[in-house]
Design a protein around this ligand. Sequence first.
Ligand code: UDP
Length: 595
Amino acid sequence: MPLPVNPPATPATLSQNARTVLEKRYLVKDKSGKPVETPEDMFWRVATTIAEADRKYGATDKQIEKTANQFYELMTQRRFEPNSPTLMNAGRPLGQLSACFVLPVDDALSNGQSGIYDTLRSMALIHQSGGGTGFSFSRLRARGSMVRSTTGVASGPISFMQLYDASTDAVKQGGTRRGANMGILRVDHPDVMEFITSKEDLTKITNFNISVAITTKYMEALKAGTSYDLIDPATKKVVGQMDAKEVWDKMIEGAWRTGEPGVFFIDEANRYNPVPHLGAYEATNPCGEQPLLPYDVCNLGSINVGYYVNDGKMDWKSFAKDIHLSTKFLDNVIDANKYPLPEIDALSKRIRRIGLGVMGFADALIKLGIVYDSPEGVEFGRKVMEFVDVEGKKESARLAEERGAFPEWAQSIWGPDATCARDENGNRIRPELKLRNCNVTTVAPTGTISIIAGCSSGLEPLFAVAFMRNQAGVMMPDVNEDFVAIAKKEGWYSDALMERIAKTGSVIQPEVPEKWQKVFATANNIAPEWHIRMQAAFQEHCDSAISKTTNFSHAATQDDVRKIYELAYEMKCKGVTVYRDGSRDGQVLSTGATA
Ligand code: UDP
């Protein structure tokens, strides 16, 4: 008995902005570009495709239909959304459902698998399917090194990153979004200074975010005020030295000037690599929340925390129920997925990595009347992420009982094998836990799915209370409905006030009571330290990493940025991304004050 073709009768509760985004980029279209499905059809297409994966584990038609209905409700009520590729591609010929990939780049033009041009080809295939790719260019020999076969000189990692960038321009992602990339270079690579400044000219390498992989050894040299060794990736020999502070200063200057490079604390990330016996992390996905092994992949999904706050109270019971359902959804995605490369397909089935996170966190705080940049705000963040992590793991453990643990479990940091489950002092990194998934939790940016769900993005504070958003080339107004409702209820609403807020980007206005000025504090009104404190609190209970931008006002100094980088390291964040207001043209989000 096949599943019903048509979606259930209950419509999706979507805003006009959400419908516009879906029509422009997500719905199946005919040759003339006209959508041939409604948003409800799309959610049903996704729900049935993902529920269908249960058949492999013995589910009956009836059970599958029930699960499909649950998934449909979950998404149409905007309680949870999977990452964009799942919405776009599930149940369609391409069938590629994941947002995040990392590919290896070997120091050879081609070796039939992961040489520079082999990986370039793989990148194109992934972009075509809507995925984002991360690369470490650290294995490539330095610029000016000898090329033995030709006795010429190597052009170095940065030149090949430019090549990847140009190719990305040529391949539009699945016709819906342009390819996004992360480029990583280790701080001990001889070309590190060239890498740090490679994006100084903002018109170059536009399809890459770049981050420097920072080692503990380097941080020790920085602290001690000494120099550190540069290592030739080919011979592993020390080929020079750099003053740690000089490199740090250059990174800070770049971050202050343009937001790049970011930093990736690679040793901290590797401490929690769940499957060290299969290799080390060397890069992350484009937005940094997923450190991944070579040929690794992750499908993401985010729960809308604000949904669970009613009448000023958090409904933890419903939240838990949905965390379980969402975890199962993401595990099913692995089976329903059509991966673009056999290596990726194989690894994904051996470790079954998923990334469950949150969005609408700022909305939840607002509904609870809690200030983001306060000890209570950070404490609530920690509690929410711990809850997602604990309940997500319970479901992953339940699935392990039902369907088996991920095949590499025994040797993973969750498994009984003592050799790889211990740190240098002999202590376990993680408790022994039979799980279906090597990693369960993360926090994604939720750039588009938060618009679909009509909520604040990821764990970020509100960007603004009223602003214009550039979404797929369309400028869309965005006004915070909670703010409007409170203003109307308390009698201080006026169109003039909203206009002023949109223009100045600030809720610090005479008619707004002080309490609400604090609760509705926006990204730029929040001191950078609080951004990092929140990131660190979420990181404490998160398997993978956190996508977070620490915002600075335009007037912030390089020293302000330096302090934040150092605080993030001390607080054991896995990376830092900063953004100084107005430091780039064409911001995706802009308030009147900087546009
Ligand atoms: N991503 C991408 N291209 C984009 C946006 C995102 O490849 O234009 C990938 C990237 O790996 C990022 C991940 O998708 O880290 C999740 O981003 P986000 O949560 O913003 O995606 P959404 O599901 O909301 O589209």
